[in-house]
Design a protein around this ligand. Structure first.
Ligand code: NDP
Length: 450
């Protein structure tokens, strides 16, 4: 046993930090984790979980509308935003206590307060200095907003999850994951949503067909998307905000939300005292074993700006604990990481986009299917689903799979296993479909796109 107070001090009790700490504690290491907020991190407290609960809440409006053609009638339908927020918060508190128990049951000491590095083996937290053999930095990220006049009037996704009342109108700036997800939540709950993006379409980096299809579906739902538009400044006039656009047009709204990316949370962490190298955007450089430029200091999750997804941070944290305390040195596999955007309707994806595949291979075969799901033949909802497979013809391997439509994340998770196993198009074709379902389209697409 070393002379340090701990074998591992983790800074940040989010998904990656908790996974590493609890496993390390379970392997018998002396572990402390520092957290300045509640335990749980972005995913549990300010991201994936609360966002998805609000999405479920918003979708009931669609279901009730759909139900009418199935013979249902409703009287006096109302929505109570406060109740949704209270119940969402109760669920977050429940998850927070589960995380606290996990740490306790694995003998991890929770140190409340911001952990700051004093040197490469000393962390100060809550006014006390603790020494440690290894350090794991898992402090995540925080919303970043451009420096324009009046930006102080804008909220981020953090505040959007806690709004005291629903605004009548809302402008969301940005076209990434968070912007399109929140556009779906608020428009579903009856808010008049305008999304302002600087590019010509939403979701840069996604398969173009998915981007175009989602853009269309969002439009059908009444969301206005202003493309190639820049916001120059925001002015407040009582309870109303005026956004000045690049063409000098003024848009009036009741709430302005920015979802323009997230930055690593590395300010004032004392990283310079430990000699840790960072990138110009403030994220921490690590090698394939999550080691920073100091070999006994590790970093995982959003703070490293690799793939900003909870399950990836968890895998990285797991790998650090295994390597340090379970004699199992391994890297994380970043190939074929599936992901979903919980837009309305959602998009889920794995592997290459068509655009990436065309750069990588001489030739690619595209199979796709664009259809009205059975449920909407009666509901009357004007919403389509779009599925797409990208195949490398020489090997017949499926190198990309994308879906926009109800249940896309649930469906693509299963396809991700097949793709992890290197499934070929012939194997997709020889799989029996589940009928009637949307998912069966993935095993019944027979004709290549010309
Ligand atoms: P993204 O990086 O996904 O999107 C940022 C958006 O903001 C882009 O549309 C970008 O435009 C735009 N933007 C950036 N800077 C400016 C600016 N100065 N003015 C106007 N627009 C700007 O970030 P998010 O904040 O949506 O999400 C952060 C990350 O969190 C995601 O990348 C994702 O990894 C993760 N996440 C994952 C979720 C999931 O798995 N479902 C859900 C939410 C977040 P342009 O495209 O032109 O650069």
């Amino acid at each position: 046993m070393s002379n340090y107070d701990y074998d591992l001090i983790t800074i940040g009790a989010g998904s990656g930090g908790v996974r590493a700490s609890r496993l390390a504690g379970g392997y018998g290491a002396r572990v402390a984790v520092c957290e300045e907020d509640r335990v749980g991190g972005t995913c549990v407290l300010r991201g994936c979980i609360p966002k998805k609960l609000l999405i479920y809440g918003a979708h009931y409006a669609d279901y009730m509308e759909d139900a009418k053609n199935y013979g249902w009638t409703f009287d006096g339908v109302k929505h109570d935003w406060r109740k949704l927020i209270e119940n969402k918060n109760a669920e977050l508190s429940r998850l927070n206590s589960i995380y606290l128990n996990i740490l306790k049951n694995n003998n991890v000491d929770l140190k409340e307060g911001r952990g700051v590095l004093i040197d490469g083996h000393t962390v100060e937290v809550g006014g006390k200095q603790l020494t440690t053999e290894n350090i794991l930095i898992a402090v995540g990220g925080w919303p970043s907003m451009p420096d324009i006049p009046g930006i102080q009037y804008a909220i981020s996704s953090n505040e959007a999850l806690e709004l005291p009342v629903l605004p009548r109108r809302m402008v969301i700036v940005g076209g990434g994951y968070i912007a399109v997800e929140f556009a779906g939540i608020f428009s579903g709950l009856g808010v008049d949503v305008t999304e302002i993006i600087r590019a010509d379409n939403i979701l840069r980096g996604f398969d173009n067909d998915m981007r175009v299809s989602l853009f269309e579906e969002m439009g059908k739902r009444g969301i206005t998307i202003r493309t190639e538009t820049e916001v120059r400044g925001i002015e407040k006039d009582g309870a109303i905000f005026h956004l000045r656009l690049g063409n000098e047009e003024i848009i009036e709204t009741d709430c302005v939300m920015y979802a323009t990316g997230r930055n690593a949370n590395t300010k004032e962490l004392g990283l310079e005292f430990a000699g840790i190298e960072m990138r110009s955007n403030g994220s921490i450089k690590v090698d394939e074993y999550n080691r920073t430029s100091q070999p006994h200091i590790y970093a995982v999750g959003d703070v490293t700006d690799r793939i900003q997804l909870t399950p990836v941070a968890i895998q990285e944290g797991h790998a650090v604990a295994d390597m340090l305390f379970n004699n199992n040195t391994r890297t994380t596999d970043y190939k074929n990481v599936p992901s979903a955007v919980f837009s309305t309707p959602p998009i889920a994806t794995i592997g290459l986009t068509e655009e990436e595949a065309r750069v990588k291979y001489d030739k690619v075969d595209i199979y796709d299917s664009n259809f009205k799901p059975l449920v909407h033949t009666i509901s009357g909802r004007d919403e389509r689903s779009f599925m797409k497979l990208i195949v490398e013809p020489k090997s017949d391997v499926v190198v990309g799979c994308h879906m926009m439509g109800t249940d896309a994340p649930e469906i693509i998770q299963g396809i991700a296993i097949a793709m992890k196993c290197g499934a070929t198009k012939a194997q997709f074709d020889s799989t029996t479909g589940i009928h009637p379902s949307s998912a069966e389209e993935f095993v019944t697409m027979r004709s290549k796109r010309d």
